[in-house]
Design a protein around this ligand. Sequence first.
Ligand code: EPU
Length: 418
Amino acid sequence: MAARLVIEGGRPLCGEMRVSAAKNAALPALCAALLTAEPVVLDNVPALADVVTARALLAGLGAAISDEADGGTRVIVRTLASHEAPYELVSTMRASVLVLGPLLARSGLARVALPGGCAIGVRPIDQHLKGLAKLGADIAIRNGYVEARASRLKGGRITSDLVTVTGTENLMMAAALAEGTTILENAAREPEVADLARLLGAMGARIEGAGTERIEIEGVAELGGARHRIIPDRIEAGTLLVAGAITGGDVTITDAAPRHLTATLAKLEECGAEIFVDRDRVRCRAPERPLAADIITNPFPGFPTDMQAQFMALLGVAEGHSKITETIFENRFMHAAELCRLGARIETDGATAVVRGVSAYQGAPVMATDLRASASLVLAGLAARGITEVSRVYHLDRGYERLEAKLASLGARIERVA
Ligand code: EPU
């Protein structure tokens, strides 16, 4: 049987916890190493299942990857050994599609399995492909694979139909080595996009405007090596703060980037928590009982879809009714039914969920369906009376570094059972 987490709920979480580096910044940073023959050293790469998958993917493409004594992860791709991201890896981790732009830009050829749908939505990559075609790539779909070719990509103006994070990252990496200037309009403004631009800049790319909706990239002939420290994980940070808020505790996160947390912190305050920010530290003192609040997910700087499930757990025990509207993914309420097994009263209808707060959850066995859904079940379990068993925790391990150990050192009774 796959690993489960057994949680004895009802204890307030208190104390300080360091935030790990961001999964969604580490994955594009690792893929960026494909753009150069020189070493790229990344500090602070989190120990996550998705990082293990990314390392396997890069190794298959010819990367030599080593862990330095000082904690850095060194990636060097002297020559490409392959141009293919195989289906086994893409189906395990959709972010594998981030090798498409770099492979095409470096060698003029890329073959990447189409990701297909997943637990939270259909998630097409049409905007990535449309953008690469604008840069002059020939794109064909054959036998479930995207095949992209170009002798040398040429800069162009790309206006995305919608805001896509990995789409923006793929195009930024491809354009960095294209001939001439590329303008990305309606670009994603997520901090992870800006972090990737900082790494590319250190490698010699000329990029302006990353972190805004208009990014200008002046292509260069070659990129070199660089050393880069990955930004803190704003979703892990938010998850730890909600763990304090939902248990009536008092949690301080350290090594965080509060400017990336504005929407999450504002919503915690609306729920009655007291928030204190001091440089890279954020303290969240829980209210007696959380207050209801309405949430609409949006691209950054709006409220992140990756925090929606965790807030649903919190609002489930709030005083009053809350409405949650999910605008990014069409099927991201799978956790609602599992939360109901713990006693929550949640009704979903298309993109909205109405949450009627109950006074407490009761422990029960529940099943995780995706990464952030697992986090919300763990949070609810921490607040529940009695024992909650969360199965399929491999979802959690994809994106949280030793979450149960972090929660345990804040006072949770939580154990991993094989
Ligand atoms: N979309 C398209 N066409 C495209 C690209 C996206 O229709 O070509 C749609 C998607 O189906 C979705 C919306 O646009 O409905 C936004 O998707 P986006 O491309 O921004 O998502 P992503 O890049 O695949 C990243 C994160 C996700 C996070 C989303 C939204 C990484 C590796 N993943 O995904 O993180 O939810 O942005 O912020 O950066 C997670 O960490 O749990 C996670 C799912």
